[in-house]
Write a protein that binds this ligand. Structure first.
Ligand SMILES: NC(=O)c1ccc[n+]([C@@H]2O[C@H](COP(=O)([O-])OP(=O)(O)OC[C@H]3O[C@@H](n4cnc5c(N)ncnc54)[C@H](OP(=O)(O)O)[C@@H]3O)[C@@H](O)[C@H]2O)c1
Length: 515
């Protein structure tokens, strides 16, 4: 693709995410390019960046996987994905053609030196042709057990190090990053033998969502919330990441993972650290990640005794979807799932953060499949008014809710006087909606994060010590689950998990806010 051809992409309408800026010219190599993530998320995200002027003037994308494919076939698949999955407001025929021209494909085995020599030649050729300054971004989007082989081959082929003082080489590594502390450490060692930490971008796409980043803006960009953000005013915090879907096509992966590995170790602990962290000295990768890791290190470690009382696991049985009462299979009846599977599809946990800000404030976390609604939210429940002057009125506590998905926004609840003679109070909410305020199509979290990586900003990516701190917390839970087999299923599809999850809060005089 020539510079002049690509320049036409850049003249398209500017978009409203003004903070995204164009990156350096570079080649992006997607390993696992024939797969689901590449098709549904990565290629559409890269197209979106190009269409919104956020890729450099000059770029190239190489798909790498085992499936034999010509450049043409890969381009066609990519454009089909763009048309199906990219933000429709950006999809235009001419730009699709321009984008397709920047794509190439290399077929090969992930552990074969020959395949990486072929990749190297193709990289050098595209680099020369499009003047990409030797900048390279490798994206690992294969199943995780393939990662070490790819990393070793990149290193052996001399592709891991920055080719010269002026160029950069970076690598994005998809989650799951390990399956326990030992394997995460091993992966860290493998990747750090080939790349420097500053080149490594461990991705959790939740962190690319506007609402998740907005949590930091809400806390540290406003003067009114931070003074209340502590044990003196907050009664407890609830974090829910619920899905209505079951295991779908992911049984092979999910059977070996479960909700604790899939959701708690990554997304849910990421959200917890953003809620609980101290204000960073600056909004940069070192300061933000230092503060997040301190939170993980302050969470009281789980012991077999505390797991018994503070963690509830569940697995869905048959049930019905709340919207249309249609019958849903139980987890053990899903294709690819063992008939006597003990994999948890639901986890609720109460954790305590032992530091000055949060001592004594429970954080209740909950995630599950086949729940009544698809919702990811963080609810800060404030303490009740210390003295009730309105007799006869049962005042609930104030609540600040951050909706991460699907309706991105923030709401705050408080009490208001009902109109009329009597002093009657009603709980009301003030809502801020991203869609209503800013409009626009859906912003892709992957686009945000890929653009950040191209610009060398690792603030929203995990560091080696961060992933290890999260696994160190989760490991005892996984070991306990392994040693104590549960009686599953224990909740019906379409409900909010097992009864014990409600009891986890009821014993403390609290309850889940079920959306
Ligand atoms: N899909 C998502 O929405 C999503 C979300 C978050 C994270 N992730 C993570 O992203 C990575 C890729 O996900 P995905 O859903 O795209 O996976 P996928 O479709 O199962 O795999 C991607 C590609 O990797 C190659 N591959 C598959 N199994 C392999 C094996 N056993 N050995 C060697 N290569 C194999 C295949 O290409 P070839 O056979 O052509 O080589 C496949 O097309 C995974 O680590 C996943 O956990 C995915």
């Amino acid at each position: 693709m020539t510079a002049s051809k690509i320049a036409s992409i850049e003249t398209s309408e500017p978009e409203n995410r003004s903070s995204i800026s164009a990156a350096d010219p570079c080649t992006i190599v997607i390993f696992g390019a024939s797969g689901d993530l590449s098709r549904r998320k990565l290629v559409p995200a890269l197209y979106g960046l190009a269409a919104r002027n956020c890729l450099a003037r000059r770029f190239a994308i190489i798909g790498f996987s085992r499936t034999p494919m010509t450049d043409e076939a890969f381009r066609k698949t990519a454009i089909d994905s763009v048309k199906k999955f990219a933000d429709a407001s950006t999809v235009r025929e001419e730009e699709c053609t321009e984008f397709a021209n920047a794509l190439a494909y290399v077929a090969g085995e992930y552990h074969h030196a020959d395949a990486f020599e072929k990749l190297k030649s193709r990289l050098e050729e595209l680099d020369r042709e499009h003047k990409l300054n030797g900048n390279r971004l490798f994206y690992l989007a294969t199943p995780p057990d393939v990662y070490p082989g790819i990393i070793e081959q990149l290193n052996r082929a001399g592709l891991a190090k920055n080719p010269n003082g002026k160029s950069w080489t970076r690598i994005i590594i998809e989650k799951p990053y390990g399956r326990d502390l030992a394997s995460a450490r091993k992966l860290n060692q493998t990747v750090l033998q080939a790349f420097d930490e500053s080149q490594i971008y461990r991705i959790d796409h939740y962190l690319g969502k506007d609402t998740v980043q907005n949590l930091m803006v809400l806390r540290f960009g406003n003067g009114i919330f931070e003074p209340l953000w502590n044990r003196n005013y907050v009664d407890h915090v609830q974090i829910t990441a619920g899905e209505t879907l079951g295991v779908e096509q992911r049984a092979a992966f999910y059977e070996t993972a479960g909700a604790t590995r899939d959701m708690i170790q990554s997304h849910v602990l990421q959200l917890t650290s953003l809620v609980a962290m101290e204000p960073p000295a600056a909004f940069d990768a070192t300061a933000v990640r230092n503060e997040k890791i301190k939170v993980l290190q302050s969470i009281r470690p789980f012991t077999p005794e505390s797991i018994k009382t503070n963690i509830v696991r569940g697995q869905y049985g048959p049930g019905s979807a709340s919207e249309d009462e249609s019958l849903l299979a139980g987890y053990q009846g899903e294709p690819g799932v063992a008939k006597n599977s003990t994999t948890e599809t639901f986890v609720a946990a109460c954790l305590l953060i032992d530091n000055w800000r949060w001592a004594g404030v429970p954080f209740y976390l909950r995630t599950g499949k086949r729940l009544p609604s698809r919702v990811t939210e963080i609810a800060i429940q404030f303490r009740r008014a210390p003295h009730l002057v309105f007799s006869g009125q049962d005042l609930s506590s104030n609540e600040l809710v951050l909706n991460v998905q699907p309706d991105e926004g923030i709401s705050i609840s408080f009490h208001a006087k009902l109109p009329g003679q009597e002093m009657k109070l009603k709980r009301v909410t003030m809502d801020f909606s991203y869609q209503a305020e800013f409009g626009g199509g859906e912003r892709s979290a992957y686009a945000t994060l890929i653009n950040d990586c191209m610009r060398g900003d690792a603030t929203l990516f995990d560091r080696a010590d961060g992933v290890e701190a999260a696994w160190a917390l989760v490991d005892p839970i996984l070991n306990y689950f392994q040693a104590h087999k549960p009686k599953f299923p224990n909740y019906a599809a379409g409900t909010w998990g097992p009864r014990e999850a409600d009891e986890l809060l009821e014993r403390d005089g609290r309850h889940w806010r079920n959306s």
